[in-house]
Design a protein around this ligand. Structure first.
Ligand code: FES
Length: 159
């Protein structure tokens, strides 16, 4: 009987020590794991909205170039990226935003006002005012962005 009590006392002590060890491990381990993998799991919708500037800068019918620096966070790594976005409007209410990166090999296109076309000097790619390919080797239109206008400020989604 005494031996049984001792065994159960020994068992109780053993379980208690394991339980305390488990609590200590959980107390340090769970925050440590959250600290390590947390940033990789974060998704902030607000991060996807990139502010360009005042909508009033865009003249009717003339694509206007906006340049912004965005920070992209992938896990623990933060990269800065320069974006150049052409924004155009025909009525001052509906805006179209497109990348100035040629879809052929990534050169920068520029707006040629007297021809009303985007021109890529690398291989003579030509795009219309909406970014559609007119001629040259580019395989597809300029990349488009969804535009938001709030309090007279233009933003694009994603980027
Ligand atoms: S990179 Fe623009 S046409 Fe080739």
């Amino acid at each position: 009987m005494d031996e049984e009590k001792q065994v159960s006392r020994r068992g109780f002590l053993s379980r208690t020590i394991w339980a305390i060890g488990g609590l200590i491990t959980a107390g340090f381990g769970i925050p440590a794991i959250a600290y390590i993998i947390g940033p990789a799991l974060q998704r902030d919708a607000a991060q996807n909205l990139i502010r360009l500037g005042a909508a009033s800068k865009v003249e009717l019918g003339i694509p206007t170039l906006f340049k912004v620096t965005v920070q992209r966070k992938t896990g623990w790594i933060v990269n800065e990226e320069e974006l150049s976005i052409y924004v155009r409007t025909d009525d001052g209410r509906n805006f179209t935003a497109m990348s100035n990166v040629c879809t052929h090999l990534g050169c920068r296109v520029r707006w040629v006002a007297d021809r009303k076309e985007f021109f890529c000097p690398c291989h003579n790619g030509v795009f219309d005012k909406d970014g559609n390919v007119i001629s040259g080797p580019p395989p597809r239109p300029l990349n488009r962005y969804e535009v938001k206008v709030e309090n007279g400020q233009l933003s694009i989604v994603g980027g």
